[in-house]
Write a protein that binds this ligand. Sequence first.
Ligand SMILES: NC(=O)c1ccc[n+]([C@@H]2O[C@H](COP(=O)([O-])OP(=O)(O)OC[C@H]3O[C@@H](n4cnc5c(N)ncnc54)[C@H](O)[C@@H]3O)[C@@H](O)[C@H]2O)c1
Length: 249
Amino acid sequence: MSTLQNRTAVVTGAGSGIGAAIARLFAAEGARVVVAELDEARANQTARDIEADGGKALALPVDVGNASAVAELFAELDRRDMPADILVNNAGNTESELTPTAEVSDQVWDSILRVHLDGTFYCTREALRRMTPRKQGIVINLGSVAGLSGLPGASSYSAAKGGIIAFTKAVSQEVAPLGIRVNCIAPGWIDTPILNNLPDEWRPRMVKTTPLGRLGRPEEIATVALFLASDASSFVTGQVISPNGGLYC
Ligand SMILES: NC(=O)c1ccc[n+]([C@@H]2O[C@H](COP(=O)([O-])OP(=O)(O)OC[C@H]3O[C@@H](n4cnc5c(N)ncnc54)[C@H](O)[C@@H]3O)[C@@H](O)[C@H]2O)c1
């Protein structure tokens, strides 16, 4: 029997990179995957890829930074009788380039915090409202090494990810007695389109500072997410796991 058979998994930002890899692996393990993604074309593509592999997927475009849009997403799952057993808060954005904090605009600060931190809160709140009466559920948040050690030139992103790590710890203690587990994955440098906003000269630097000597692959984060989503991690909650190739944070 597959690990996630008969579970519904909502994966935000699953149209690209790490989210798409998690969605594909969870579907391969038997989950019905809800591809909750801002970009409709990308959402549909991930759902098509999953179905082409014989899995079950439903593309539902959403802006996780919009509380009423997130509420509507979960209401739609209620109407379909598909309560989320697993929520992966993965959606993310970055500044278009590294920016000294003194030059960060209100608009950029708000956009980064809204997608990462508000989005994680909105989706978690809606999921917990459904998981609590069922006394079961798994929440997996995407942090970053930037939220552990800080990334100069990306203070908004670092603050959002640090916030997600603290949010994980607080919520996990709150809901553990209800049978709900909440953990955080804090990846190092993973080869996805989100890195395109960093200067070209950063790539060799990322490789050099990673003891394993390469960037990670999205699939190497998906396997950690599968561990956290499955009964293999039944005694793990409130933790930050950092698949980072040996970066010291
Ligand atoms: N790639 C890395 O090196 C790295 C390292 C640490 C953490 N992360 C985190 O992993 C997560 C996934 O990043 P990725 O590297 O796969 O990036 P990516 O750019 O490949 O994918 C991010 C996805 O999120 C979607 N998205 C953006 N805003 C959204 C919104 N408001 N609502 C719904 N979807 C939205 C995008 O359309 C995109 O499909 C992010 O939270 C990111 O911060 C990435």
